[in-house]
Design a protein around this ligand. Structure first.
Ligand SMILES: Nc1nc2c(c(=O)[nH]1)N[C@H]1C(S)=C(S)[C@@H](COP(=O)(O)OP(=O)(O)OC[C@H]3O[C@@H](n4cnc5c(N)ncnc54)[C@H](O)[C@@H]3O)O[C@H]1N2
Ligand code: MOO
Length: 388
Protein backbone atom coordinates (compact mmCIF):
# COMPACT_ATOMS: atom_id res chain seq x y z
CA UNK A 1 0.00 0.00 0.00
CA UNK A 2 1.34 3.46 -0.92
CA UNK A 3 0.26 6.95 0.10
CA UNK A 4 -1.45 9.31 -2.32
CA UNK A 5 1.77 11.36 -2.61
CA UNK A 6 3.87 8.26 -3.29
CA UNK A 7 1.44 7.06 -5.95
CA UNK A 8 1.46 10.47 -7.66
CA UNK A 9 5.26 10.59 -7.56
CA UNK A 10 5.55 7.13 -9.09
CA UNK A 11 3.35 8.30 -11.98
CA UNK A 12 5.19 11.61 -12.34
CA UNK A 13 8.63 9.95 -12.30
CA UNK A 14 7.93 7.55 -15.18
CA UNK A 15 10.50 7.95 -17.94
CA UNK A 16 8.60 8.33 -21.18
CA UNK A 17 9.31 8.87 -24.84
CA UNK A 18 7.19 11.56 -26.41
CA UNK A 19 6.02 11.11 -29.99
CA UNK A 20 5.24 14.02 -32.25
CA UNK A 21 3.18 14.53 -35.39
CA UNK A 22 2.01 17.28 -37.72
CA UNK A 23 -1.60 18.35 -37.30
CA UNK A 24 -3.73 20.75 -39.32
CA UNK A 25 -4.44 23.93 -37.36
CA UNK A 26 -8.15 23.16 -36.97
CA UNK A 27 -7.40 19.79 -35.33
CA UNK A 28 -4.71 21.03 -32.94
CA UNK A 29 -6.81 22.21 -30.00
CA UNK A 30 -5.53 20.77 -26.71
CA UNK A 31 -2.26 19.47 -28.17
CA UNK A 32 1.10 20.61 -26.79
CA UNK A 33 3.50 22.18 -29.29
CA UNK A 34 6.52 20.02 -30.07
CA UNK A 35 8.70 22.97 -31.20
CA UNK A 36 9.38 26.57 -30.26
CA UNK A 37 7.62 29.04 -32.53
CA UNK A 38 8.92 32.43 -33.64
CA UNK A 39 6.91 35.02 -35.53
CA UNK A 40 7.78 34.86 -39.28
CA UNK A 41 6.88 38.56 -39.68
CA UNK A 42 5.83 41.67 -37.76
CA UNK A 43 2.28 41.52 -36.37
CA UNK A 44 0.59 43.62 -37.56
CA UNK A 45 2.62 43.71 -40.75
CA UNK A 46 1.69 47.32 -41.51
CA UNK A 47 0.36 50.37 -39.64
CA UNK A 48 -3.42 50.12 -39.79
CA UNK A 49 -6.54 51.85 -38.58
CA UNK A 50 -8.24 50.81 -35.34
CA UNK A 51 -11.44 52.65 -36.32
CA UNK A 52 -13.80 53.42 -39.15
CA UNK A 53 -13.16 57.11 -39.72
CA UNK A 54 -10.56 59.34 -41.34
CA UNK A 55 -6.78 59.15 -41.69
CA UNK A 56 -5.37 62.63 -41.13
CA UNK A 57 -2.21 64.29 -42.37
CA UNK A 58 -1.17 66.88 -39.79
CA UNK A 59 -3.07 67.71 -36.59
CA UNK A 60 -5.90 70.19 -37.27
CA UNK A 61 -9.66 70.37 -36.93
CA UNK A 62 -10.42 70.70 -40.64
CA UNK A 63 -9.14 68.78 -43.70
CA UNK A 64 -9.58 68.42 -47.42
CA UNK A 65 -10.82 64.89 -48.27
CA UNK A 66 -8.72 63.33 -51.05
CA UNK A 67 -9.75 59.65 -51.24
CA UNK A 68 -10.62 56.40 -49.51
CA UNK A 69 -8.81 53.26 -48.32
CA UNK A 70 -10.64 50.07 -47.24
CA UNK A 71 -9.43 46.92 -45.43
CA UNK A 72 -7.44 44.80 -47.87
CA UNK A 73 -6.60 47.71 -50.22
CA UNK A 74 -2.98 47.74 -51.25
CA UNK A 75 -2.94 51.03 -53.16
CA UNK A 76 -0.76 53.81 -51.72
CA UNK A 77 -2.46 57.17 -51.30
CA UNK A 78 -0.20 60.15 -50.84
CA UNK A 79 -1.68 62.80 -48.53
CA UNK A 80 -0.31 66.31 -48.17
CA UNK A 81 -0.44 68.32 -44.97
CA UNK A 82 -4.06 69.29 -44.21
CA UNK A 83 -5.52 66.42 -46.24
CA UNK A 84 -7.47 63.38 -45.03
CA UNK A 85 -8.81 60.13 -46.48
CA UNK A 86 -11.81 58.03 -45.55
CA UNK A 87 -10.52 54.86 -43.87
CA UNK A 88 -11.97 51.68 -42.35
CA UNK A 89 -10.96 49.39 -39.47
CA UNK A 90 -7.98 47.21 -40.39
CA UNK A 91 -7.11 49.20 -43.53
CA UNK A 92 -3.46 50.09 -44.10
CA UNK A 93 -2.99 53.76 -43.19
CA UNK A 94 -1.37 56.00 -45.84
CA UNK A 95 2.35 56.56 -45.19
CA UNK A 96 2.15 60.10 -43.82
CA UNK A 97 -0.86 59.59 -41.53
CA UNK A 98 -0.57 61.56 -38.26
CA UNK A 99 -3.71 60.11 -36.61
CA UNK A 100 -7.06 58.49 -37.32
CA UNK A 101 -10.28 60.11 -36.08
CA UNK A 102 -13.34 57.90 -35.51
CA UNK A 103 -16.23 58.92 -37.73
CA UNK A 104 -18.61 59.62 -34.78
CA UNK A 105 -16.50 62.66 -33.95
CA UNK A 106 -16.57 64.16 -37.43
CA UNK A 107 -18.84 65.88 -39.96
CA UNK A 108 -18.37 66.35 -43.69
CA UNK A 109 -19.58 69.30 -45.74
CA UNK A 110 -18.96 68.98 -49.45
CA UNK A 111 -15.38 67.81 -49.55
CA UNK A 112 -14.28 69.23 -46.23
CA UNK A 113 -13.90 67.17 -43.06
CA UNK A 114 -14.51 68.83 -39.69
CA UNK A 115 -13.44 67.25 -36.41
CA UNK A 116 -15.35 67.76 -33.12
CA UNK A 117 -12.05 67.73 -31.20
CA UNK A 118 -8.32 68.13 -31.84
CA UNK A 119 -6.70 64.82 -32.88
CA UNK A 120 -3.75 63.43 -30.90
CA UNK A 121 -0.62 62.23 -32.70
CA UNK A 122 -0.73 58.47 -33.36
CA UNK A 123 -4.33 58.16 -32.19
CA UNK A 124 -6.19 55.02 -33.43
CA UNK A 125 -3.19 53.73 -35.40
CA UNK A 126 -2.23 50.09 -34.72
CA UNK A 127 1.52 50.13 -35.24
CA UNK A 128 3.48 47.63 -37.38
CA UNK A 129 5.03 45.06 -35.00
CA UNK A 130 2.88 46.38 -32.12
CA UNK A 131 1.90 42.84 -31.08
CA UNK A 132 4.90 40.79 -32.23
CA UNK A 133 8.12 41.60 -34.01
CA UNK A 134 9.58 39.43 -36.77
CA UNK A 135 11.64 36.63 -35.14
CA UNK A 136 10.15 37.22 -31.69
CA UNK A 137 9.40 34.06 -29.68
CA UNK A 138 5.68 33.31 -29.71
CA UNK A 139 5.47 29.96 -27.91
CA UNK A 140 7.95 27.57 -26.40
CA UNK A 141 7.76 23.79 -26.78
CA UNK A 142 5.06 22.33 -24.54
CA UNK A 143 2.66 25.25 -24.91
CA UNK A 144 -0.86 23.83 -24.84
CA UNK A 145 -2.90 25.08 -27.75
CA UNK A 146 -6.06 26.82 -26.53
CA UNK A 147 -8.48 28.64 -28.88
CA UNK A 148 -6.57 31.99 -28.82
CA UNK A 149 -3.34 30.10 -29.56
CA UNK A 150 -5.00 28.66 -32.67
CA UNK A 151 -6.02 32.19 -33.70
CA UNK A 152 -2.47 33.43 -33.18
CA UNK A 153 -0.93 30.54 -35.15
CA UNK A 154 -3.47 31.18 -37.91
CA UNK A 155 -2.61 34.88 -37.94
CA UNK A 156 1.02 33.86 -38.51
CA UNK A 157 -0.10 31.95 -41.59
CA UNK A 158 0.77 28.56 -40.11
CA UNK A 159 -1.45 25.88 -41.59
CA UNK A 160 0.08 22.81 -39.93
CA UNK A 161 1.61 22.53 -36.46
CA UNK A 162 4.15 20.10 -35.03
CA UNK A 163 2.60 18.80 -31.82
CA UNK A 164 3.18 15.99 -29.34
CA UNK A 165 0.92 13.01 -30.09
CA UNK A 166 -1.73 12.06 -27.59
CA UNK A 167 -1.68 8.56 -26.11
CA UNK A 168 -3.93 5.85 -27.52
CA UNK A 169 -6.31 4.63 -24.83
CA UNK A 170 -8.19 1.34 -24.54
CA UNK A 171 -10.84 0.62 -21.94
CA UNK A 172 -11.80 -2.73 -20.45
CA UNK A 173 -14.73 -3.18 -18.08
CA UNK A 174 -15.00 -6.41 -16.10
CA UNK A 175 -17.91 -8.09 -14.35
CA UNK A 176 -20.49 -10.83 -15.00
CA UNK A 177 -23.15 -8.56 -13.52
CA UNK A 178 -22.75 -5.88 -16.16
CA UNK A 179 -25.26 -5.34 -18.94
CA UNK A 180 -25.04 -2.68 -21.64
CA UNK A 181 -27.66 0.10 -21.20
CA UNK A 182 -30.62 -0.56 -23.48
CA UNK A 183 -30.31 -4.35 -23.17
CA UNK A 184 -32.60 -6.54 -21.02
CA UNK A 185 -31.20 -7.55 -17.64
CA UNK A 186 -32.11 -10.13 -15.02
CA UNK A 187 -32.16 -10.15 -11.22
CA UNK A 188 -28.66 -9.56 -9.85
CA UNK A 189 -27.43 -7.76 -12.94
CA UNK A 190 -26.75 -4.02 -13.24
CA UNK A 191 -26.14 -1.68 -16.12
CA UNK A 192 -22.53 -1.05 -17.02
CA UNK A 193 -21.81 2.62 -16.40
CA UNK A 194 -18.12 3.12 -15.59
CA UNK A 195 -17.00 3.06 -19.20
CA UNK A 196 -19.31 6.01 -19.94
CA UNK A 197 -17.76 8.03 -17.12
CA UNK A 198 -14.25 7.14 -18.27
CA UNK A 199 -14.82 7.84 -21.95
CA UNK A 200 -16.67 11.05 -21.00
CA UNK A 201 -13.79 12.19 -18.79
CA UNK A 202 -11.37 11.36 -21.62
CA UNK A 203 -13.38 13.58 -23.97
CA UNK A 204 -13.62 16.30 -21.33
CA UNK A 205 -9.84 16.66 -21.49
CA UNK A 206 -9.40 16.21 -25.22
CA UNK A 207 -8.67 12.49 -25.33
CA UNK A 208 -10.62 9.62 -26.82
CA UNK A 209 -10.69 5.89 -26.43
CA UNK A 210 -9.68 3.64 -29.25
CA UNK A 211 -11.30 0.37 -28.11
CA UNK A 212 -13.77 -0.48 -25.39
CA UNK A 213 -14.25 -4.12 -24.32
CA UNK A 214 -16.49 -5.81 -21.77
CA UNK A 215 -15.02 -8.96 -20.17
CA UNK A 216 -16.68 -11.59 -18.00
CA UNK A 217 -15.20 -12.56 -14.60
CA UNK A 218 -13.15 -15.43 -15.99
CA UNK A 219 -9.38 -15.78 -15.73
CA UNK A 220 -8.76 -16.93 -19.31
CA UNK A 221 -11.14 -14.32 -20.74
CA UNK A 222 -9.50 -11.57 -18.67
CA UNK A 223 -6.00 -12.65 -19.73
CA UNK A 224 -7.00 -12.79 -23.39
CA UNK A 225 -8.88 -9.47 -23.22
CA UNK A 226 -5.88 -7.70 -21.70
CA UNK A 227 -3.53 -9.25 -24.29
CA UNK A 228 -5.70 -8.00 -27.16
CA UNK A 229 -6.16 -4.54 -25.64
CA UNK A 230 -2.40 -4.15 -25.13
CA UNK A 231 -1.83 -4.72 -28.84
CA UNK A 232 -3.26 -1.29 -29.70
CA UNK A 233 -2.79 1.24 -26.91
CA UNK A 234 -0.38 3.35 -24.91
CA UNK A 235 -2.62 3.38 -21.84
CA UNK A 236 -5.00 0.63 -20.85
CA UNK A 237 -7.71 1.57 -18.35
CA UNK A 238 -9.44 -1.38 -16.70
CA UNK A 239 -12.45 -1.02 -14.44
CA UNK A 240 -13.26 -3.56 -11.71
CA UNK A 241 -11.91 -6.98 -10.76
CA UNK A 242 -8.87 -5.54 -9.00
CA UNK A 243 -9.86 -6.21 -5.38
CA UNK A 244 -9.39 -9.45 -3.46
CA UNK A 245 -12.59 -11.32 -4.34
CA UNK A 246 -12.57 -14.84 -5.81
CA UNK A 247 -13.66 -13.36 -9.15
CA UNK A 248 -11.11 -10.54 -9.24
CA UNK A 249 -8.73 -11.76 -11.97
CA UNK A 250 -7.27 -8.52 -13.25
CA UNK A 251 -4.06 -8.34 -11.23
CA UNK A 252 -2.96 -11.90 -12.01
CA UNK A 253 -3.94 -11.49 -15.66
CA UNK A 254 -1.79 -8.38 -15.91
CA UNK A 255 1.19 -10.25 -14.44
CA UNK A 256 0.68 -13.09 -16.94
CA UNK A 257 0.69 -10.50 -19.73
CA UNK A 258 4.10 -9.21 -18.63
CA UNK A 259 2.85 -6.02 -16.97
CA UNK A 260 5.04 -4.94 -14.05
CA UNK A 261 3.29 -3.60 -10.99
CA UNK A 262 4.37 -0.08 -10.01
CA UNK A 263 1.93 0.20 -7.14
CA UNK A 264 -1.12 -1.63 -5.89
CA UNK A 265 -3.44 -0.17 -3.26
CA UNK A 266 -3.38 3.45 -2.20
CA UNK A 267 -4.16 4.59 1.33
CA UNK A 268 -7.21 6.66 0.33
CA UNK A 269 -10.97 6.70 0.18
CA UNK A 270 -12.38 5.98 -2.32
CA UNK A 271 -10.24 3.88 -4.62
CA UNK A 272 -8.07 1.88 -2.25
CA UNK A 273 -7.49 -1.09 -4.59
CA UNK A 274 -6.06 1.10 -7.37
CA UNK A 275 -3.36 -0.61 -9.50
CA UNK A 276 -0.74 1.00 -11.75
CA UNK A 277 1.64 -1.00 -13.93
CA UNK A 278 3.92 -0.75 -16.93
CA UNK A 279 4.97 -2.97 -19.82
CA UNK A 280 7.70 -1.33 -21.91
CA UNK A 281 6.22 1.98 -22.97
CA UNK A 282 2.65 0.97 -22.18
CA UNK A 283 0.87 1.81 -18.95
CA UNK A 284 -2.02 0.12 -17.21
CA UNK A 285 -4.40 1.50 -14.62
CA UNK A 286 -6.79 -0.96 -13.02
CA UNK A 287 -9.43 1.21 -11.39
CA UNK A 288 -11.59 -0.11 -8.56
CA UNK A 289 -15.01 -1.05 -9.91
CA UNK A 290 -17.14 1.10 -7.62
CA UNK A 291 -18.35 3.95 -9.88
CA UNK A 292 -17.22 6.87 -7.70
CA UNK A 293 -13.90 5.13 -6.98
CA UNK A 294 -13.10 4.55 -10.64
CA UNK A 295 -13.91 8.11 -11.73
CA UNK A 296 -12.12 9.69 -8.76
CA UNK A 297 -9.01 7.64 -9.60
CA UNK A 298 -9.29 8.77 -13.20
CA UNK A 299 -9.21 12.46 -12.26
CA UNK A 300 -6.48 12.12 -9.64
CA UNK A 301 -4.12 9.54 -11.23
CA UNK A 302 -4.97 8.71 -14.85
CA UNK A 303 -5.35 12.28 -16.10
CA UNK A 304 -1.83 13.35 -15.02
CA UNK A 305 -0.32 10.44 -16.96
CA UNK A 306 -2.44 11.12 -20.04
CA UNK A 307 -1.28 14.74 -20.00
CA UNK A 308 2.36 13.84 -19.29
CA UNK A 309 2.28 11.47 -22.29
CA UNK A 310 0.87 14.34 -24.35
CA UNK A 311 3.88 16.55 -23.58
CA UNK A 312 2.10 18.82 -21.10
CA UNK A 313 4.70 20.59 -18.92
CA UNK A 314 2.34 20.51 -15.93
CA UNK A 315 -0.01 17.58 -15.65
CA UNK A 316 -3.15 16.96 -13.61
CA UNK A 317 -5.92 19.11 -12.23
CA UNK A 318 -4.95 22.21 -10.30
CA UNK A 319 -5.62 22.12 -6.56
CA UNK A 320 -7.37 25.22 -5.22
CA UNK A 321 -8.26 26.14 -1.68
CA UNK A 322 -11.70 27.45 -0.80
CA UNK A 323 -13.50 27.98 2.51
CA UNK A 324 -15.84 25.16 3.51
CA UNK A 325 -19.52 26.08 3.93
CA UNK A 326 -20.08 23.93 7.02
CA UNK A 327 -18.12 22.01 9.65
CA UNK A 328 -16.91 18.60 8.41
CA UNK A 329 -15.04 15.77 10.03
CA UNK A 330 -13.31 12.92 8.20
CA UNK A 331 -14.57 9.71 9.76
CA UNK A 332 -13.34 7.38 7.01
CA UNK A 333 -9.96 6.74 8.67
CA UNK A 334 -8.18 7.35 5.34
CA UNK A 335 -7.23 10.51 3.45
CA UNK A 336 -10.38 11.12 1.42
CA UNK A 337 -11.50 12.65 -1.83
CA UNK A 338 -15.00 13.96 -1.20
CA UNK A 339 -17.74 14.65 -3.69
CA UNK A 340 -18.30 18.37 -3.38
CA UNK A 341 -19.90 21.41 -4.96
CA UNK A 342 -18.01 24.68 -5.24
CA UNK A 343 -20.40 27.57 -5.57
CA UNK A 344 -19.85 31.29 -4.92
CA UNK A 345 -16.31 30.47 -3.75
CA UNK A 346 -17.49 28.11 -1.01
CA UNK A 347 -17.30 24.33 -0.77
CA UNK A 348 -20.19 22.13 0.20
CA UNK A 349 -19.48 18.48 0.94
CA UNK A 350 -22.36 16.58 -0.60
CA UNK A 351 -24.48 13.82 0.89
CA UNK A 352 -23.79 10.39 -0.58
CA UNK A 353 -20.06 9.82 -0.13
CA UNK A 354 -20.25 6.04 -0.67
CA UNK A 355 -17.88 4.64 -3.29
CA UNK A 356 -20.79 3.16 -5.20
CA UNK A 357 -22.67 6.48 -5.25
CA UNK A 358 -22.26 8.40 -8.45
CA UNK A 359 -25.29 10.70 -8.20
CA UNK A 360 -23.65 13.07 -5.71
CA UNK A 361 -20.60 13.25 -7.97
CA UNK A 362 -22.87 13.89 -10.95
CA UNK A 363 -24.56 16.83 -9.21
CA UNK A 364 -21.35 18.30 -7.80
CA UNK A 365 -18.43 19.85 -9.62
CA UNK A 366 -15.40 19.16 -7.43
CA UNK A 367 -13.37 16.67 -5.47
CA UNK A 368 -12.47 18.08 -2.07
CA UNK A 369 -9.59 16.57 -0.16
CA UNK A 370 -9.52 15.97 3.57
CA UNK A 371 -6.72 14.27 5.41
CA UNK A 372 -7.14 11.30 7.71
CA UNK A 373 -9.04 12.32 10.88
CA UNK A 374 -8.98 16.00 9.92
CA UNK A 375 -11.77 18.15 11.37
CA UNK A 376 -12.81 21.39 9.69
CA UNK A 377 -14.90 24.26 11.01
CA UNK A 378 -17.07 26.46 8.79
CA UNK A 379 -14.83 28.87 6.87
CA UNK A 380 -11.68 26.71 7.14
CA UNK A 381 -9.88 26.27 3.85
CA UNK A 382 -10.24 22.93 2.09
CA UNK A 383 -8.31 21.70 -0.95
CA UNK A 384 -10.38 21.13 -4.09
CA UNK A 385 -9.92 19.94 -7.63
CA UNK A 386 -12.59 21.21 -10.00
CA UNK A 387 -13.85 18.38 -12.20
CA UNK A 388 -16.47 20.24 -14.22
N1 LIG B 1 -12.69 -8.12 1.19
C1 LIG B 1 -12.56 -6.94 0.60
N2 LIG B 1 -13.51 -6.56 -0.25
C2 LIG B 1 -13.41 -5.38 -0.85
C3 LIG B 1 -12.31 -4.55 -0.58
C4 LIG B 1 -11.32 -4.98 0.29
O1 LIG B 1 -10.32 -4.29 0.56
N3 LIG B 1 -11.48 -6.20 0.83
N4 LIG B 1 -12.26 -3.31 -1.17
C5 LIG B 1 -13.52 -2.75 -1.53
C6 LIG B 1 -13.29 -1.56 -2.28
S1 LIG B 1 -12.71 -0.26 -1.41
C7 LIG B 1 -13.59 -1.46 -3.60
S2 LIG B 1 -13.42 0.07 -4.38
C8 LIG B 1 -14.07 -2.56 -4.38
C9 LIG B 1 -13.27 -2.66 -5.66
O2 LIG B 1 -13.41 -3.89 -6.18
P1 LIG B 1 -13.10 -4.29 -7.66
O3 LIG B 1 -12.20 -3.31 -8.31
O4 LIG B 1 -12.68 -5.67 -7.67
O5 LIG B 1 -14.48 -4.07 -8.39
P2 LIG B 1 -15.67 -5.10 -8.58
O6 LIG B 1 -15.74 -6.01 -7.44
O7 LIG B 1 -15.60 -5.64 -9.93
O8 LIG B 1 -16.88 -4.07 -8.50
C10 LIG B 1 -17.12 -3.30 -7.37
C11 LIG B 1 -18.51 -2.68 -7.48
O9 LIG B 1 -18.60 -1.85 -8.59
C12 LIG B 1 -19.59 -2.28 -9.52
N5 LIG B 1 -19.06 -2.12 -10.86
C13 LIG B 1 -17.95 -2.69 -11.33
N6 LIG B 1 -17.75 -2.35 -12.61
C14 LIG B 1 -18.78 -1.55 -12.95
C15 LIG B 1 -19.13 -0.87 -14.13
N7 LIG B 1 -18.35 -0.97 -15.24
N8 LIG B 1 -20.23 -0.13 -14.16
C16 LIG B 1 -21.01 -0.03 -13.05
N9 LIG B 1 -20.72 -0.62 -11.87
C17 LIG B 1 -19.62 -1.39 -11.84
C18 LIG B 1 -19.78 -3.72 -9.19
O10 LIG B 1 -21.02 -4.21 -9.60
C19 LIG B 1 -19.60 -3.73 -7.69
O11 LIG B 1 -20.77 -3.33 -7.03
O12 LIG B 1 -13.94 -3.75 -3.66
C20 LIG B 1 -14.42 -3.69 -2.30
N10 LIG B 1 -14.37 -4.97 -1.73
O1 MOO C 1 -11.62 2.34 -1.58
MO1 MOO C 1 -13.19 1.79 -2.07
O2 MOO C 1 -13.00 2.62 -3.52
O3 MOO C 1 -13.69 2.83 -0.78
O4 MOO C 1 -14.88 1.71 -2.23
Amino acid sequence: MVTIEEALHIIEDQKIILKSETKPLEESLGYALATNTASPFDVPEFDNSAMDGYALCGLYQGYQLVGEVAAGDSKEILMNDGEAVRIFTGAKVPQNTSAVMMQEKTSVKENTLFLDEMPKAGQNIRKKGGQLEEGQEVFIEGHILNPPSLALMGSLGLENLKVFSKPRVNIITTGNELVKPGQPKTEGQIYESNSYAISGALQQFGFEHHQKTQIQDDFEATKAGIKTALESCDILIISGGISVGDYDFVKQSLEENGVNELFYKVFQKPGKPLYFGRKGNQFVFALPGNPASSLTCFYVYVLPLLQKLSGYPKAGLTTYQFPIKHAYENRFGRPSFLKAAVFDGKVEILDGQGSSMIQSMAKGNALAFIDKEEKLEEGDLIKCKLIS
